[in-house]
Design a protein. Structure first.
Length: 505
């Protein structure tokens, strides 16, 4: 594996040694995917990260076939199963917004590589985009499949995917749809810090403001204004109950990876300082990071196997993710590539976790070497391959240019505040346009003077997305106005039988 990282940097296609990575590393990705498909069920990340890694080597056939298969198993509501049998039957029932977003990213990348052939994925993309709009910003499961809430990594993927969908809409002349999607994405991007940043962190003296691992809330009735400073999080695998402000992980690095925040953003830099103090381990092979503090998923301190509780260990994939950040920051990620290579076993396989405790010869645990966790982990191999390609190109392979230009280079101001049944915001800033988005046609009866006078507004159909919306400019409303409203559903000819309020400050 060490030879793979020695390709020259510069413009053009992948170097010969990177193409050789298909044999050594990407083939293992396919092996893992095949294993899951034939013996149990597909997992979303193996399919999608594996396809992305193969695309990074210049191979487009398998990623296209993966995309076609994903389109075939997409649900009518636009979602994809958390994992499934190869016929599309769901294996687990969770909903991960990441896995609704990733197929959009894959389709967009294939489109940019002019590798879609005769397959047109736009119906799939529109359905997935509409699902994300109705379900975000709260995910029922983040990428570790353990907690619900406002996740920096999930929000990064959703923003990137929807920016791709909007960009594609612009290309095809669907400007109304593109503008609608971009308005929603601008809203997500504008609220990232509100949803996922604490201002009262206690982990590192002098750095109270940083990204947290996740801001937890009930996925079925989410708190639209969940406070990162006060929420409590129940950590899986026996990790215990803790203030969410003091649980950190490297998930926020995805904001830089996809181009939504710059690598020199002061908040990003402070958050890196925090995770390096809390999660980083200097191993013989190089730096490693744990997923988050108090993680209980991993082998115990005496080397015995994880049995529902344990100690979270360092993951090679996180070294790769840090390498992508270092590249974005203008530094050479070669040391991180070398570290990942040195984490591999004699057969070139990468593990899920490496041992980061003292050597325990009795149980064959050596510092920086594979634990008893899954190996090969195709997610780790895919991260390695994409990091090698990113170094060759001198730019992160995963960066989404429409998002990068819109939110990192020249940040577009957010003009809207979004209200949805699943995310019923209760306060907003005067001057923004309040946009109510619904899944069905409705009329909205509303008042700004405590129902002394009422108004009725009809929803407008966003045809491509099959969504309905109504806009309410607030610039002319008095300071301190309260927008009260209720909904009448046209198809069912019924009232919602409740009122909502949005305070305008």
């Amino acid at each position: 594996m060490k030879a793979l990282s020695s390709g020259k940097r510069g413009a053009g296609g992948p170097p010969p040694l990177l193409i050789f990575a298909v044999v050594v590393s990407a083939v293992l990705v396919l092996w893992c995917v095949l294993y899951y498909c034939l013996t149990r069920a597909w997992l979303g990340l193996p399919i999608l990260t594996g396809a992305s890694a193969l695309l990074a080597t210049g191979q487009t056939g398998t990623p296209l076939r993966a995309l076609i298969w994903l389109a075939a198993i997409q649900r009518p509501d636009g979602a994809f199963p958390q994992n499934s049998w190869i016929d599309g039957t769901a294996y687990w029932s969770g909903l991960q917004l990441d896995q609704v977003a990733f197929p959009i990213l894959l389709a967009w990348r294939l489109h940019k590589h002019d590798a879609l052939g005769l397959f047109d994925p736009r119906v799939m993309i529109v359905r997935a985009a509409a699902r994300l709009i109705l379900r975000a910003p709260v995910t029922a499961q983040e990428r570790w499949e353990e907690n619900s809430g406002y996740s920096p990594s999930t929000l990064a993927v959703v923003i990137a995917a929807l920016a791709c969908a909007a960009d594609w809409g612009m290309e095809t002349g669907n400007t109304d749809t593109a503008d609608f999607v971009f308005a929603y994405v601008d809203w997500l991007a504008a609220h990232l810090e509100e949803w996922t940043v604490t201002t009262k962190g206690e982990l590192v003296e002098g750095i109270p403001r940083h990204y947290i691992r996740i801001n937890p809330t009930d996925p079925n009735t989410p708190d639209p204004h969940a406070d990162p400073n006060t929420q409590m999080i129940q950590i899986a695998n026996g990790g215990g109950l803790h203030p969410a402000r003091n649980i950190v992980g490297g998930d926020f690095l995805h904001l830089v990876r996809y181009g939504i925040r710059g690598p020199d953003d002061p908040l990003v830099c402070d958050s890196i300082e925090v995770i390096d103090r809390v999660l980083k381990h200097d191993l013989p092979q190089g730096p490693g990071w744990r997923r988050y503090n108090h993680d209980g998923y991993g082998q115990k301190d005496d080397g015995s196997a994880y049995d529902g509780t344990g100690v979270g260990r360092c993951w090679p994939i996180l070294t790769g993710e840090r390498g992508h950040y270092e590249l974005a920051a203008g530094r050479d990620p070669k040391p991180f590539i070398t570290t990942i290579e040195d984490f591999s076993n004699q057969g070139g396989m990468l593990t899920e976790q490496v041992w980061d405790g003292p050597d325990l010869p009795r149980v064959r645990m050596r510092r920086g070497c594979p634990t008893g966790a899954a190996m090969p982990l195709c997610w780790s191999h895919a991260e390695y391959v994409s990091l090698v390609r990113s170094r060759h190109d001198s730019v992160c392979f995963h960066r989404v240019e429409p998002a990068y230009q819109r939110y990192a280079v020249n940040r577009v101001p957010n003009r809207f505040e979004i209200w949805m049944l699943r995310h019923p915001m209760q306060r907003m800033s005067r001057g923004k346009i309040l946009r109510i988005i619904l899944a069905e046609e409705a009329s909205i009866t509303w008042s700004t003077d405590n129902w002394q006078r009422t108004n009725e507004s009809q929803t407008t159909h966003q045809e491509k997305l099959s969504l309905w919306f109504a806009d309410f400019p607030t610039a002319e409303w008095p300071v301190g106005s309260v927008f009260a409203f209720t909904i009448f559903w046209k198809r069912d000819q019924r009232w919602e039988n409740r009122n909502w309020q949005v305070s305008v400050a």
